[in-house]
Write a protein that binds this ligand. Structure first.
Ligand SMILES: [Zn+2]
Ligand SMILES: [Zn+2]
Ligand SMILES: [Zn+2]
Length: 362
């Protein structure tokens, strides 16, 4: 992530003696005069404008303020002697810097109710307009990004249900094993009533196949089609032609009463994503033979330049007459299929109508 400085914003601090909210630049309380203690943290004020002036940047560049080692008074980072007691500041303690204090909230601020007289005051005020009492910090809205996160969570919760439905559907195809283990099978005898086979050869021909890839990854000899711009990579530093994407601005303590307003950014680098066409073997129909006997044979295929044989598949089916209706079985190999001579009797383990298995000779 590139860290960008957008400018500065004046912080505030709440006087521990009287509760007054003081501007960051005030080194002592504007109400009771108490010096700002060294250990007290600055806070991000509400509705403060972004300050991009060089004067403020120069002030911050002096480094964190120094607390006098003799009287504790806060002094500017460049000061040599204490403005409170005149003491030498070379032994003084510099305020901590670098802490992220919170989001930079430049938008509208909620009203604050005065705890002393109950009057409503704009959230940007630090003292009550009616009674002059110190006002608490307004409650700020959380960044909008957090609302989006809960939608994502809801989406992922749906996945397990989908997985269960899929499992149920798949269970029917290979279901006879499952049904057998559930004890729903029974044994009966059957006579081979019919046999059937189908042999299929998938054919392929040389033809245009369309793909998509980054322009520099397209193979030689391909025909280039339409291209469009897409994000190819995201990097931390600015690159010519990249699109910048930045997060919510936030405020970092500089130890001076001014917060540095920063933003973390990343850069989406576009590239040409293109369609292209190459000549390759693509499906070109099927050649099929079938029969109702035990002597299957492969179809004769015409192979020529630009046309060839693809994958082969064989399918065998046997139908039985049993005491209570028909049962079907699909042998896996030709060797097994040829054993089911029409009229022969078999002991069958019947699992379920539609998903059957025959086994064992009578
Ligand atoms: Zn005070
Ligand atoms: Zn001092
Ligand atoms: Zn009041």
């Amino acid at each position: 992530m590139a860290k960008k400085t957008l400018g500065h914003v004046e912080l505030e601090w709440t006087c521990p003696s009287c509760g007054t909210r003081n501007p960051g630049r005030a080194q002592g309380c504007t109400s009771c005069g108490a010096p700002m203690p060294a250990g007290l943290r600055f806070q991000v004020g509400a509705g403060k404008p972004l300050d991009t002036s060089e004067a403020t940047a120069d002030r911050v560049a002096q480094g964190p303020d120094i607390h006098c080692p003799y009287c504790g008074v806060r002094n500017a980072g460049a000061a040599k002697t204490c403005r409170g007691c005149g003491g030498d500041l070379s032994e003084g303690e510099r305020r901590a810097a670098g802490t992220v204090l919170g989001a930079f909230l430049s938008g509208p601020v909620a009203d604050v109710t005065c705890p002393h007289c109950g009057a409503k005051n704009p959230g940007t005020r630090t003292a009550c307009a009616q009674c002059g009492g110190a006002l608490p910090r307004p409650v700020t809205e959380p960044p909008a990004e957090e609302a989006g996160a809960s939608i994502e969570t809801g989406k992922s919760k749906r996945l397990p249900l989908l997985a269960v439905l899929l499992a149920v559907v798949l269970a029917c195809g290979g279901g006879w094993l499952l049904m057998r283990s559930l004890g729903r099978s029974s044994t009966t005898t059957g006579t081979v009533a019919a046999v059937e086979w189908t042999y299929t050869i998938a054919m392929e021909q040389l033809g245009p196949a369309e793909y998509e890839a980054w322009r520099d990854e397209i193979p030689d000899g391909a025909r280039l089609g339409e291209c469009s711009s897409r994000v190819r990579q995201t990097v931390d530093e600015p690159v010519p032609g990249a699109t910048e994407e930045c997060g919510t601005p936030y405020v970092v303590d500089t130890g001076t009463g001014q917060g540095r307003v920063m933003q973390d950014c990343q850069y989406h680098v576009p590239d040409a994503w293109c369609r292209y066409t190459v000549q390759e073997w693509i499906p070109a129909g099927e050649e099929e033979t079938s029969g109702r006997d035990l002597s299957p044979y492969w179809p004769a295929v015409a192979v020529s330049t630009g046309r060839r044989e693809g994958s082969r598949s064989e399918d065998y089916r046997v139908a039985f007459d049993t005491g209570d209706g028909q049962a079907a079985y699909r042998p896996a190999t030709l060797d097994e299929f040829t054993r089911f001579v029409p009229g022969s009797r078999w002991q069958l383990e019947v699992n379920r109508p539609g998903c059957n298995d025959g086994s064992g000779a009578a």
